[in-house]
Design a protein around this ligand. Structure first.
Ligand SMILES: C[S@@+](CC[C@H](N)C(=O)[O-])C[C@H]1O[C@@H](n2cnc3c(N)ncnc32)[C@H](O)[C@@H]1O
Length: 297
């Protein structure tokens, strides 16, 4: 992949954090570093940025691509899962003023996956889908281990796939032949009627990826732990890409607003402009929400 990942809602998300040059900020989802580098540009030498990613390949890429910046004392790049944000910041004697989460996969993970099969276009790759390769269970393990009913539930719940039952049946009947991304997508093509130019496997891939990486639990735990360590007056901004993620973010922010602990910066979510969607189609479903931790009197 020659290009780097194009950061989504870049100006909107950076503005939403209201960056103070001397503050401490956390980018929970480093990816190719697009949001991190913009935060870093706004910090003084007294400011501090911690960038986290659970994918070692993302950490390696950024350390090489931004070698000079990473050597600066006010940028710490660390491997870890953002659900463990409290442990990851334990040695830093400061409270963050802003925390950013840009959820899901980067373009690099889709296009240069290191044989992990995140994209339904990479027919020859194995069905792995672990962003963090220290995790024990791959997508292929799930297909083998789960009974038909549970697979159908998974595709329905995490992919909102209408054909979840026939897909699960077809998978279990042909399980010994399913080794690669192509084996799975060919099978889905047999079951799901193709009535748009979108790939019919996209919902199944989304569901498997969410479960393999425990994405929704990470988000719930990560939000709560982030809010706990945030300075009063500090902000959490989250960019989500599908309704399951957005629902969790919206409900959490509403709950904090309801209890008087937080206040939402925008009345509803911020979406990309038509221009951004045209130049970066991957941004099309993005939504940005920001919560301000209410100051105690
Ligand atoms: C959409 S990309 C971020 C792109 C980045 N903002 C940029 O501009 O290049 C999401 C990144 O978050 C990472 N990620 C997803 N869930 C995570 C989690 N629970 N903990 C740490 N990193 C996570 C992924 O590995 C991926 O690299």
């Amino acid at each position: 992949m020659d290009k780097i990942h194009t950061p989504v809602l870049l100006k909107e998300s950076i503005d939403s954090l209201n960056i103070q040059p001397d503050g401490f900020y956390i980018d929970c989802t480093l990816g190719d570093g697009g949001h991190s580098i913009e935060i870093l540009k706004k910090l003084s030498p007294e400011g501090l940025l911690l960038s986290i990613d659970h994918d070692q390949h993302a950490i390696d890429f950024v350390k090489e691509y931004y070698q000079e910046e990473v050597e600066q004392e006010n940028w710490i790049v660390k491997r870890g899962n953002f659900k463990n944000i409290k442990e990851l910041t334990k040695e830093i004697n400061r409270k963050p003023l802003g925390i950013l989460m840009d959820l899901g996969l980067s373009s690099r993970q889709l296009e240069e996956s290191h044989q992990r099969g995140f994209s339904y276009n990479e027919s020859d790759e194995p069905l792995d889908m672990r962003m963090d390769e220290t995790l024990g269970v791959t997508a292929s393990d799930l297909l083998k281990a789960l009974p038909e009913k549970e697979l159908a539930y998974l595709f329905w719940t995490y992919g909102e796939e209408r054909y979840s039952k026939p897909i699960a049946r077809e998978i279990k009947e042909n399980i010994s032949d399913i080794k690669t991304v192509g084996d799975l997508t060919r099978l889905v093509y047999k079951v799901v009627p193709v009535n748009s130019n979108k790939n019919p496997s996209r919902r199944v891939f989304q569901a498997l990826r969410i479960v393999v990486n425990d994405e929704l639990n990470n988000l719930e735990i990560g939000l709560d732990n982030s809010f706990e360590i945030l300075q009063e007056g500090g902000r959490i901004s989250v960019i989500s890409f599908h309704s399951l993620e957005d629902r969790i973010v919206k409900n959490y922010f509403l709950e904090k607003q309801g209890s008087g602990e937080g206040e939402m910066l925008f009345k509803s979510q911020i979406a990309p402009t038509d221009d951004e969607k045209k130049h970066n189609p991957r941004s099309a479903s993005a939504k940005l929400r920001t919560l301000i931790k209410t100051k105690k009197n």
